[in-house]
Design a protein around this ligand. Sequence first.
Ligand SMILES: *Cc1c(COP(=O)(O)O)cnc(C)c1O
Length: 393
Amino acid sequence: MSKTDWIAQELDGLKQAGLYNRIRTIASPQGAWLTVDGKRALNFCSNNYLGLANHPQIVAAAVAATKTHGVGPGAVRSIAGTMDLHVELEQRLARFKGVEAAITFQSGFAANLATIPALVGKEDVIFSDRLNHASIIDGCRLSGAKIIAYEHNDPKSLEEQIKANLSQFRRGLVVTDGVFSMDGDIAPLPALYEVTKKYDVLLMVDDAHGEGVLGKGGRGIVDHFGLHGKVDVEVGTLSKAFGVVGGVVAGSSVIVEWLRQRGRPFLFSSAMTAPDAAACLAAVDLLEESTQLVDKLWENGRYFKAGMQKLGFNTGASETPITPVMLGEAPLAQQFSRDLFDEGVFAMSIGYPTVPQGKARIRVMISAAHEKADLDQGLAAFAKVGKKLGVVN
Ligand SMILES: *Cc1c(COP(=O)(O)O)cnc(C)c1O
């Protein structure tokens, strides 16, 4: 017996349950088509909603910044000073989103780990949507606050929990995903806001899948619902629609200033690189110039979803271009994904613990990078595999 035998056993268990992650290798830039494990495949996996990950203007900005600023930031910003590119990016993001201030982090995950423990601690309570993203859950745990889950997208359940519990704590925070990444449904933010206003608790939304997707020209969920100035903290990511990497918190200047003083991933981990920051700035330029990419994303999403429904697939409750294809058990979803790959379509299966047991699915991520012909090819592959596996007839 070695002291790591248990790990090998756990790994075997995952393989038997159809829950083992086999990660494919990509040898091309992100886009509608990829070279995956040595083969050309239609890309239905990435969060590159607007096709910006390999956009020529963004690539050029990253190359130029590498020449003027080098690559790495040297050390954490609070110790070694911060590059002008990061400062400019934060100002531009704040203006884009119509808030007082913004602060960037290494990732959306880091933004949640920075923000939640800075706002609440042991004497406080967090009301968290039952289906919130793992980085929200981890941020909540790190804070030491009492965590109370309310039913998914249910303002009534939220209010009941607040009524029953808030008085025993110093402060309350309500936190929700904006767009739920596995189902593509949207948080009922106006109703959640009314509850937080009534009980005077902070409201935080993690808009990772709404940034660059929802709202006018991709300004996010707060813009989508016209809630400017009413949501205390808006977390976003620069790694999905923005096509680069990084996280952002947008809100009042007092909260952003506090995160610069107390956000631990800000204080104890180096910033995104200079080319990352410059690439994100170029992404803001593109989003401000035109809504064309955002419009195309939504048009593509509607087209593909309608096609799948016509074929008889269950695409769940999505209200966004995210298209879950509900299959049930994880081994079926894995088989479906392998068969799609044989048909030249790269679409990964998603099972427990990313989604609940028995709710395994293939999640198709539609992008503005896709053309109609790509979507038609994808639909044909789904039809063929779906019939073969008896999912549709
Ligand atoms: C993807 C995602 C994140 C993580 O973003 P990264 O920038 O990739 O770290 C955080 N929250 C939600 C809701 C997400 O969907």
